[in-house]
Design a protein around this ligand. Structure first.
Ligand code: NAD
Ligand code: UD1
Length: 346
């Protein structure tokens, strides 16, 4: 019998939204773990120059397809051209406030987009799916730290879109054998790659705390508005579970490996650090990391904000053997490095 050549088999992962903030860091982590990556992104909230950053960090340029997850033909072409082994689905819209103004765009992108992608996976017989969910599905938490069993609710179209996709995945898993699904509920991803080559690029005025603070430190914004200091928290400002984006990215690789080992499975897991920090804690940490003043004023509460939110991380440790390793010092240092490298060259 003729001896077949030996190939080094590399699994190929389709990363939708791979030029975005979290998807780009996940692409780095996947490539560094030995996977090949095909990115599908329509660039509605990212820039193709991110590919250069990924290549410079890893030495490998991921394949890139500019296209929309809502386009069945694009998806079929991707699955035909590449031997995709699993899908990480980051593509979607993510701004809570905007979702109340243009809800249909959120349902279309996040729900219809996920349905189109899952349908294409069925056609291509690819059944390993890692989904970007959010701690927003816990609504106003009644238990801290928050376990995965906490009741779910949504108060805005963005959160609702995540709940619906979580439910769609549950129905799909029950409907046919062989699916390996991870629903990953992120807490507050912040920071950037320590190289300063990739990070978060908010469009316009940042909605989230960390990018806003970074722009105040850089002198691009006059001061931070702290949304309320009358919460029932140690210093009165909101408390969150901030997680370094590279830790989050490693959590995805761990979830993929978990799925790969199973014949079929449906995993729902928190990705956080298990520690809560207040807005004032973050301001102090960023001031120390940047060496810059962070002027702020206390303003009224932001509608929809909760007082405190941090993760129970027990299940992630048990199931994935994964835990976050970086603290707020590194989160702030890396966010600052990215901010200065990107916008204040020299
Ligand atoms: P991001 O906006 O930086 O990245 C999303 C990427 O998806 C962008 O590059 C965008 O161009 C692309 N995209 C959007 N719609 C698309 C479509 N229809 N087809 C193809 N590409 C499309 O956001 P992120 O912070 O990296 O978030 C990634 C995922 O994680 C999102 O699903 C988000 O809801 C979820 N999530 C994010 C956070 C967070 O704080 N960043 C928290 C919880 C969950
Ligand atoms: C927000 C979203 C959440 C989403 C997450 C990550 C809301 C209500 N929730 O979470 O669904 O998953 O982003 O994208 O929008 N803060 C200030 N001043 C600012 C900005 C924020 O004081 O300019 C405070 C907030 O009140 C909060 C903390 O900083 O206490 C963190 O805010 P943010 O970064 O927006 O994240 P979340 O509100 O936790």
């Amino acid at each position: 019998m003729r001896k077949l050549p030996t190939y080094t088999m590399t699994s190929t992962i389709l990363v939708t939204g791979g030029t975005g903030f979290i998807g780009s860091h996940a692409t780095v982590a996947l490539q560094q773990a030995g996977y090949s990556v095909v990115i599908l992104d329509n660039l509605c909230n990212s820039n193709p120059s991110v590919i250069e950053g990924i290549e410079r960090i890893t030495g490998t340029r991921p394949a890139f397809v500019q296209g929309d997850v809502r386009n069945a033909q694009t998806l079929d072409t991707v699955f035909t051209r590449h031997a995709i082994h699993a899908v990480m689905h980051f593509a979607g819209l993510k701004a809570v406030g905007e979702s109340t103004q243009i809800p249909l765009a959120y349902y279309d992108n996040n729900i219809y987009g996920s349905i189109q992608l899952l349908s294409a996976m069925q056609r291509a017989n690819v059944r390993t799916f890692i989904f970007s969910s959010s701690a927003t599905v816990y609504g106003n938490p009644t238990t801290l730290p928050i376990p995965e069993s906490h009741p779910r609710s949504a108060t805005n179209p963005y959160g609702h879109s995540k709940l619906v996709v979580e439910d769609i995945l549950e129905s799909l898993y029950a409907s046919e054998p062989g699916w390996r699904i991870a629903r990953l509920r992120y807490f507050n991803p912040v920071g950037a790659h320590p190289s300063g080559l990739i990070g978060e690029t908010p469009q316009g005025i940042p909605n989230n705390l960390m990018p806003y603070v970074a722009q105040v430190a850089a002198g691009k914004r006059e001061k931070l508005q702290i949304f309320g200091n009358d919460y029932n928290t140690p210093d009165g400002t909101g408390v969150r579970d901030y997680i370094h984006v590279t830790d989050l990215a490693e959590g995805h690789v761990a979830a993929l490996r978990y799925c790969e080992k199973a014949d079929q499975d449906m995993l729902t897991v928190n990705l956080g650090t298990g520690e809560g920090y207040s807005v004032l804690d973050m301001v102090a940490a960023f001031k120390a990391a940047s060496g810059r003043p962070i002027p702020y004023e206390i303003t009224k509460r932001r509608p929809g904000d909760v007082a405190s939110c941090w993760a129970d991380t027990t299940l992630a440790k048990q199931k994935l053997g994964w835990a976050a390793t970086k603290g707020i010092k590194e989160m702030c240092e890396d966010a600052w490095h990215w901010e200065t490298r990107r916008t204040m060259p020299g």
